[in-house]
Every structure is written in structure tokens, then in C-alpha cells.
Design a protein around this ligand. Structure first.
Ligand code: 1GP
Length: 252
């Protein structure tokens, strides 16, 4: 549990992490090279690799290319059980606790369990919560589950608490990729105050100021995908904003 311990330790010491989300379907070897170079320069903490609709077979190649070029940990963020690659460092083992679709709560896990175990990946049990992002996102459609309404802070809080008490080590609140409305800070604050697990926030974050405010509200990890796909140079500013929000001085 090397990476999980690292995340938990970062949380204990008030350090915030920046994660760049890479969708293997939207990158080629040139763009991966560029993303890695910018991420190294900006001191990005993690890569999440995955997406709701990964159809290409180059998940393995994409991860191998990243790993060959840097030592930033690669964590799988799978949209389906087929998105497992032994070349990654860890796997967000997602259970969609905000929804009531049994397949995404436990069904797909049962089917893929032997395969996931055999992968040798570090498994990170993650309570995955989709929050309404203002318009249907791919994840809200594909999951066939109702997202938590954006202003129902208590529901989000109770869902995260229940997930943690069920043993989930991370809580990931996601407004969905490209969400019109990212998760509001009041909800983040409410959830963060009631759990001890590191809190991951993503979906529709496009400006560094919003990422900073999310961290101040209690987010431990900020995930950005879409905005970086559109403008990779945003990596540097995002990273600086997130790291500057630490409650203690960061060294390196
Ligand atoms: C989506 O949380 C991630 O699952 C990131 O969302 O692509 O909107 O940054 P964006």
C-alpha cells in the first residue's frame, strides 16, 4: 500500500496533490511526451489514466510510455473492468456509492476479481460519488445512476461517511468530465469535515483559482482532465495554485 500510505501521509501533513487525468483515447505518443514534460516541470504528483469510454487497445502502451519517461505514479481510473493494466502502479477500485446500480456497486467487481487480483497492482478501495455537474455528463449517463444533486450537501456527507465506515480508503467526488458546474466548495467542506480518508475532487475544474479554493475547502487531491486537454500549458499554473494551498510549507 505504498501509494495509499503516501496519500494518507500527505493529508496528515496538510499537503495537497495535483493529478492530471489522461484519457488514452485522446492522446497519441506526441501528446503524451508533451504532457509528461510539462508535468515533470510543474511537479505534478500523480497521473490518473482511464475514462468512461476507453475503446482503444493502447492503454498498456500509453502507460508504458509514461513510465519510461518519468517516475510520476500512474494510477488507473477505470471506466470499466477491462481497463486494468499491469504497467500502472495502482488501481482506484471504484464502487459507485452515490448510485443505486448494483453492477457498479459490486457486480462488476465480482466478475473481475480474479483478474484484478492477479494484476499485482496496488488496490485502492475508493468510494466514488458522482455529483450533478449541471448537465448530463458521460459518467452520469453511462452509470445509469442518478448523481447526487449539487446542493444536497448532507446527502454527500452521509454517503461519504457510509463509504468510509464500509472500509473505503479514498473518497472521490466527481462532477463528471467536462462538467458545466464543478462541485461547490460548501459541499467539499461539509464532506471533508466528516471523513478522515483523503478526498479527491474532480470534474469541470478549469481555472487554478477554483482548484485553490477547493483545496482550502478540504480537498486533498485535485483532478483535471478536460481543461488540460484543451490547454496543456495550464498544468503549471494549476500545480502552483494547488501546492500553494498547503496548510504547511511543502519542501520539493
Ligand atoms: C473526470 O474528475 C475527472 O472524471 C476530471 O474532470 O475532465 O472535467 O477535468 P475534467
Amino acid at each position: 500500500q505504498v501509494l495509499y500510505q503516501q496519500l494518507a501521509e500527505r493529508k496528515r501533513s496538510g499537503r495537497k496533490s495535483f493529478t492530471v487525468l489522461i484519457d488514452p483515447d485522446k492522446v497519441d505518443s506526441n501528446s503524451i511526451e508533451q504532457l509528461v514534460a510539462l508535468s515533470l516541470d510543474a511537479k505534478v504528483d500523480y497521473f490518473f489514466v482511464g475514462g468512461s469510454l476507453v475503446i482503444s487497445s493502447h492503454l498498456d502502451e500509453c502507460i508504458q510510455q509514461i513510465k519510461a519517461a518519468c517516475d510520476i505514479p500512474v494510477i488507473l481510473f477505470p471506466g470499466s473492468p477491462s481497463q486494468v493494466s499491469k504497467y500502472a502502479d495502482a488501481l482506484l477500485y471504484l464502487s459507485l456509492i452515490s448510485g443505486r446500480n448494483p453492477e457498479l456497486l459490486i457486480g462488476q467487481h465480482v466478475i473481475s476479481a480474479p483478474f484484478v487480483k492477479k494484476s499485482g497492482l496496488e488496490i485502492m478501495p475508493t468510494g466514488y460519488m458522482v455529483i450533478d455537474g449541471g448537465a448530463p455528463t458521460t459518467v452520469s449517463y453511462i452509470s445509469n445512476a442518478t448523481p447526487i444533486p449539487a446542493d444536497k450537501n448532507e446527502i454527500a456527507m452521509c454517503t461519504a461517511m457510509a463509504g468510509e465506515m464500509l472500509g473505503m480508503k479514498l473518497i472521490y467526488m466527481d462532477a463528471g468530465s467536462g462538467a458545466k458546474r464543478p462541485i461547490n466548495e460548501t459541499m467539499i467542506e461539509k464532506v471533508a469535515r466528516h471523513i478522515e480518508a483523503p478526498l479527491i475532487i474532480g470534474g469541470g475544474i478549469t481555472d487554478p483559482e477554483k482548484a485553490y479554493r477547493n483545496c482550502k475547502a478540504g480537498a486533498d487531491v485535485i483532478v483535471v482532465g478536460n481543461a488540460i486537454e484543451k490547454d496543456p500549458s495550464l498544468i503549471k499554473e494549476m500545480s502552483a495554485a494547488i501546492h500553494s494551498s498547503a496548510t504547511v510549507q511543502q519542501n520539493g
